[in-house]
Write a new protein. Structure first.
Length: 180
């Protein structure tokens, strides 16, 4: 008698896909990921790094790079084939000469090691950002300024009717001095 197939057999294949997606997410977000200690700049600028990836994989990875890492059409990083199609190609040579890309790799590694890519940390950070933007901490900052400096803080330039501060440090009077 042949073995009986169950309904659970297809679910196992789906579980493998879920495990793979979770493993990739963990690799990109967990502070103890191998990427947290890797030298990403050396990895991406290694000439053989581009050779082991397909064009689709390379395009997917470079789409995650900061906007400054992508060359403009007129830059030397674009190949003639890319120029003809109107698209630019991010090459290993372009990455090697880009100090901004080096900084972006180092910043990503540091932030990953500090846990700044975990979902909980990001959620807390966006919540705090929204609270600050709404002015939830303005009273605290004003009190701290007054404690530290012994004077009331200047009016906020965003308030209507307030006198805005000029570059020279004076309030609209043009005298160049500020009364205590």
């Amino acid at each position: 008698m042949p073995p009986r197939l169950t309904k659970r057999a297809p679910a196992k294949a789906k579980a493998n896909n879920t495990k793979s997606a979770k493993a990739i997410t963990k690799l990109l977000t967990h502070p103890k990921s191998v990427l947290a200690t890797a030298d990403l700049y050396k990895i991406f600028t290694n000439p053989t790094a581009r050779d082991v990836l397909t064009d689709e994989e390379w395009a997917e990875i470079t789409a995650l790079f900061p906007p400054a890492a992508h060359p403009v059409k007129e830059q030397a990083g674009a190949t003639s084939k890319a120029e003809e199609s109107g698209m630019t190609q991010l090459t290993v040579a372009a990455l090697t000469s880009d100090m901004g890309f080096r900084h972006a790799c180092a910043t990503y590694t540091e932030n990953l090691a500090e846990g700044k890519h975990e979902a909980g940390w990001l959620e807390d950070a966006w919540t705090a950002h929204a609270q600050r933007k709404a002015g939830a901490f303005d009273a605290h900052l004003a009190a701290k300024f007054e404690d530290d400096w012994g004077v009331a803080p200047p009016p906020s330039p965003s308030c209507e009717g307030s006198t805005s501060w000029t570059r020279g440090g004076s309030r609209g009077s043009g005298s160049g001095t500020v009364a205590p």
